[in-house]
Write a protein that binds this ligand. Structure first.
Ligand code: G3P
Ligand code: MG
Length: 245
């Protein structure tokens, strides 16, 4: 019986514009167990769901998220770049997303995008929002920035955190453990049997990103990783159903 859970990476981001409500709704409709999303802060300190610091790739705006208020960002089109039929899609706040999410029985991974810009106080702002919506018990907070994770644990040591990396450093599980984190989220090319064993020995969950190819999905199932992030949750769920080992 395969136990690997499937998280929709930025929502079902192959079917709808990443990190938008249509992508999250499609992930839920597909039956994904979890949703992964990225958080940045606006000029007026509103946590918003967008992957890039810059607006260029996924909206019709220019410049940086941090230089606009949410009222300004709300006017942008965050869907046409993907497909004109999503032209009324906008950048959603973490609060608006959670008002929808809290009524759906899924897990959540909030990735703090603090590796390029260290948004002041983002950890407390995100924590408060998750707490207000009573979803902390099914949320893991991840970041490529270890300082961000340390700050999150200081706010509340029982918050689940995960260290994110694409770097094959020595003793990665020990390092994650030394940061006080509960899980390791690693790029797929770092996955091997030894890593799974070491993580589980250290009582760390191991989740893999971004897994879109059947061969890598199979590897995750076979090695017993705890979860993977995929842009195609509908395909991953079908594939997991077929995989019986
Ligand atoms: O959290 C897994 C993955 O989302 C990390 O990379 O760049 O897709 O946010 P990225
Ligand atoms: Mg991410």
């Amino acid at each position: 019986m395969v136990k690997t859970m499937i998280y929709a990476h930025r929502g079902a981001s192959k079917l709808a514009p990443e990190n938008t409500m249509p992508a999250f709704e499609l992930a839920c409709a597909a039956g994904a167990e979890g949703i992964e999303t990225d958080v940045q802060l606006t000029k007026d300190q509103v946590p918003v769901l967008i992957h890039d610091e810059n607006l260029r790739r996924t909206t019709n705006g220019t410049g940086f998220v941090q230089d606009y208020t949410y009222a300004q960002l709300r006017l942008l089109d965050a869907g046409s770049w993907f497909n004109p039929k999503f032209s009324d899609t906008y950048i959603v706040t973490l609060d608006e997303f959670l008002r929808w999410f809290k009524n759906h029985p899924m897990f959540l991974n909030v990735e703090l995008k603090t590796n390029v810009i260290e948004y002041k106080n983002i950890e407390q702002i995100v924590y408060d929002c998750l707490k207000d919506h009573h979803v902390l018990d099914r949320t893991v907070i991840s970041s490529f920035n270890p300082d961000s994770l340390t700050r999150m644990k200081k706010i509340n040591p029982s918050v689940e955190t995960a260290f994110l990396t694409s770097t094959n450093m020595r003793n990665l599980p020990q390092y994650a453990k030394s940061l006080g984190t509960d899980a390791l989220h690693v790029k797929h090319r770092l996955l091997d049997k030894k890593l799974v064993k070491r993580c589980h020995k250290q009582k760390l969950d191991l989740r893999i990103y971004t897994v879109n190819r059947p061969a890598m999905m199979k590897k995750c199932f076979k090695l017993g990783v705890d979860a993977f992030f995929t842009d195609v949750p509908h395909q991953a769920l079908e594939y997991r159903q077929l995989y019986k080992e």
